[in-house]
Structure formats: C-alpha cells, structure tokens
Design a protein around this ligand. Structure first.
Ligand SMILES: Nc1nc2c(ncn2[C@@H]2O[C@H](COP(=O)(O)OP(=O)(O)OP(=O)(O)O)[C@@H](O)[C@H]2O)c(=O)[nH]1
Ligand SMILES: [Mg+2]
Length: 437
C-alpha cells in the first residue's frame, strides 16, 4: 500500500472514449462511458481496469470522468469543458491527483497540471509503479529502472513542475525515484549502464538456455492477460510453488519447471509476466530479455480468465502482444480457466488456437484433458521436427551439438558425412537447416 504523508493518495480517473461520456464520484450514480464492444476500446471496461491498477499501486479512486472524443485532446487530454468538470470533481472529492487512462505527452502533463493544479499521472506511470513494487530479482529491478528512466526522459520537457510535486506516491517508487531530479544527461548515462548490465544478464540467460537445449525437451510457455491464472496453472501442472495472487502483475520474473504428461513425455513449462491493454512499449522493450524466452518456446498455452466479462477483449490484447513479440506463429492451446466460477456460456471460439480446453487451475478440473492435448501437441511437434540431416565429417562442432541437443532415431556413417534421422527442437532445427535433405 502506498501512502502520502501517512495518507492514501486519493485520485480521480479520466478517460477518453468513443461513446457517451460522463462524470461520477465514488459511490455516486454511474454515468461513465458505455461498456465497450468485445475487442473494442470501451472506456468503462478500461476505467474499471485502471481502477484496479490504481488500487494495486495502493491509491484510492474517489471519482471518474470520461469524455466522448474521437481522440484525446493534443494539449489538454480532455476538452476544456470536461476539464472544468474535472476540476470541480477534484475539489468536491478532495482528490490529491488525477490519473489519465492513456500515456500523456510532456505538453499534456504541463498544461493539465497548470490548469487543474494537482498531481497528474497516467496509466503508464501506474503500471511502472506496480512493476517497481513487484520487482524481486536483480534483473527484474534493472528492467523496471530502465523502463522508468526511459519514461521519465521522454517526459522531461513536461515534468518541470510535476517533478517537484512528485514528493511521494504513484510514480516515485522504485529505483527510478532517486533519479527524478537529475538532468537528461545523467539519465542517459544511467540508461547506457543499465542496458549494458541487462545485456550481461541476457548472456547468462543464453547460457542457461543452451544447457536446457542439450536435452531437447519441448518448452511450453504460459501466456495471457494478467490475473488469468497462469501461475496457478503452472503450480497445478508442475507443483512449482510460484506466487499466484489476486493481484495485477503478481509475476514479473520468468520461472521454468519440468513436468510430465500422462504418456510420460517430459516438458519444460515457463511462466512469465502477464499482458495488459496499453502495456507501455518501453516496458516491453525493457523486459525483452525476459520475454525472449517466449521466442524459444515450442507451444504456447494461452490462459484466459473465462469468468471475466472482458475475456474476449483480453484475448485480443494477448494476440496483439504476441504479434509485437513476433511469437504469433507458434501453435497455441487456448486454456479457458476459472471454470469453477460463474462463466458465461458458450465459451468463445478462438480461431487463432490450435486447440481449446476448459479448466479450473484451482481445483484441477479439466487439467487431465489439457495434458492429453499437450501430449498430442508434442507428438505433432515431434512429427514436424523430424529431420534427416547429413553432417560433413569436418563439422565436429555441429556433430557434438546435435548429439547433445537432439533425440536421435537413426545414424549412419556415409562416404560424405554422418547421416541422422532425429527430432530437433526449434532452436536446433534452425542450426541444422542447412544440412537437412
Ligand atoms: N476461482 C478460481 N480462481 C483462480 C483460478 N486460477 C487462478 N485463480 C485465481 O486468480 C488469481 C490470479 O491467479 P495467478 O495464477 O496469480 O494469475 P497470473 O495469470 O499468474 O497473474 P499475473 O502473474 O499477475 O499475470 C489468484 O487469486 C488465483 O487464486 C481458477 O481456476 N479458479
Ligand atoms: Mg503470475
């Protein structure tokens, strides 16, 4: 929980939406933007989510404003009339700040702050704040600091007075806080340092991955919207004991554990950070090394909270993020989770999925089905990854890698090299491509 002068921050939320707008104070009549169509940009769903984000960061929401506009006002975010309403709402509720549902430009910050005379925050700042609160490992902390600095640097022109205002509360937590007063040059220098440190960490990760590849065990990664139940499913599948909590972004660091399917196939399962709509681009960049694990995955398990009324919009966000990470070409098993809760039927039909299954990660219902599907996927994976290669005798390095990294079905010494029939994972397949016949 975060406190300003031993008191919780009290904030008003503001969003721009495509449908009818409104104003409401906490507990008052709901007059916000209408519910968005699935996969759309409805501000009501988005504001509900922003409220959750703000609560996760420890502040209290005391009111909401939303405005129907084609796009945010380039200078004031909201239109002038709506800003006046907002100022009144802030006075009426005794709010200590305003949180906008989109990332603001430096100019928007400065102008809004001057006009409303309160601390101005945006969605990105809140997400970065939660990440700063959750970061546990040194790599996680470096990644968050990098994202915070990049965000601050971008905004430095507008932050002139806001910086002095950011005495405490959202946006001041984490390693980034001590840098807030420093100048651009200092921030750039620190960004260079952090980038180098993260590169080193990525190198260490690469070594770990290479060790894992030796065993050619297929890798299954859990992806999905934050709070969908990825870590809970990871625990059910592998008994890993990773943190699962009713909190946004409970997981920041990637964890990998081994488990076996019913046919006895061994599989590595990776749990990673959850996605959210409008996930700051800088954050994706900063978490690149962590998210890179997904690129080396053979099969994706897309975990969906089927009990969430926004489930289809959340699925669309996950697909968008996978595209951004260049992982959308992988086979996807869509796992509709939380079936023990009140779930609207029928379940959506996911055209992007190779298979769909419904489970409760919490009580284990449907998990045996999921294991069968994973088994089938692994067999398909083996089928698709069955290669015939001829390695010339001069390439002892490749022969070594192949013997350590592939499941060999057949080998034969021939005049021009050693011939193999084997199963290779994605990584080895790439390395062997030029030798396959
Ligand atoms: N009722 C019910 N709750 C579940 C189920 N699976 C997960 N949960 C709950 O949902 C919340 C989020 O679960 P997590 O496993 O932490 O979700 P996550 O996808 O890892 O979330 P992040 O790490 O924040 O991205 C926790 O309170 C879980 O107990 C389920 O099948 N049924
Ligand atoms: Mg998690």
């Amino acid at each position: 929980m975060y406190e300003t002068n031993s008191q919780k921050e009290r904030v008003v939320l503001a969003a721009v939406c495509g449908d009818s707008g409104g104003t409401e104070s906490a507990g008052g009549p709901g007059a916000g933007c209408g519910t968005g169509a699935s996969g759309g940009t409805g501000a009501s769903g988005s504001l509900d989510e922003l409220e959750e984000l703000v609560s996760n960061s420890g502040a209290e929401v005391v009111g909401r404003v939303s405005q129907k506009r084609g796009a945010a006002h380039p200078v004031y975010y909201l239109g002038k009339g709506k800003l006046e309403e907002t100022r009144e709402l802030i006075a009426q509720t005794g709010a200590t700040g305003l949180v906008c549902d989109d990332e603001l430009s430096g100019t928007q910050y400065k102008k809004m702050e001057r006009l409303l005379d309160t601390k101005i925050m945006d969605r990105t700042m809140v997400i970065l704040d939660i990440f700063a609160k959750r970061a546990a490992t040194s790599e996680g902390k470096l990644q968050v600091e990098l994202a915070q600095l990049q965000y601050n640097l971008q905004r430095l022109t507008g932050l002139g007075t806001s910086l002095s205002r950011l005495g405490a509360g959202i946006g001041t937590r984490g390693p980034g806080e001590k840098k807030l007063e420093t100048d651009r040059r200092h921030i750039r220098g620190r960004i260079t340092e952090l980038t180098a440190e993260l590169r080193e960490a990525a190198g260490r990760r690469q070594v770990l991955r290479a060790r894992r590849e030796k065993n050619a065990i297929p890798i299954v990664s859990l992806v999905g919207y934050t709070n969908a139940g990825k870590s809970t499913l990871m625990n059910t599948l592998t008994g890993a004991g990773v943190t699962a909590a009713e909190a946004l972004f409970a997981t920041l660091d990637t964890t990998t554990r081994k488990f076996s399917t019913q046919s006895g196939a061994e599989i590595l399962c990776t749990d990673t950070v959850g996605f959210i709509q409008k996930l700051p681009h800088g954050l994706i960049k900063a978490f690149h090394a962590t998210l890179e694990e997904l690129v080396h995955t053979d099969i994706l398990l897309h975990v969906v909270d089927a009990s969430n009324k926004e489930r289809e919009r959340q699925m669309a966000v996950v697909y968008g993020t996978l595209r951004e990470l260049k992982c959308d070409g992988k086979p996807i098993i869509t796992v509709y989770n939380k079936l023990d809760k009140n779930v609207e039927r029928p379940l959506p039909s996911d055209a992007g999925a190779w298979r769909q299954v419904a489970v409760s990660a919490l009580n284990g219902d449907g998990v045996l089905n999921l294991l069968d599907i994973i088994d089938e996927a692994i067999n398909g994976f083996k089928f698709n990854n069955r290669l015939s290669v001829l390695i010339p005798y001069g390439r002892g390095d490749i022969l070594g890698k192949l013997r350590r990294g592939c499941e060999i079905l057949k080998s034969e010494y021939r005049a021009d090299g050693v011939f193999f029939e084997l199963y290779a994972n994605e990584e080895m397949k790439e390395k062997l491509r030029q030798y396959s016949g």
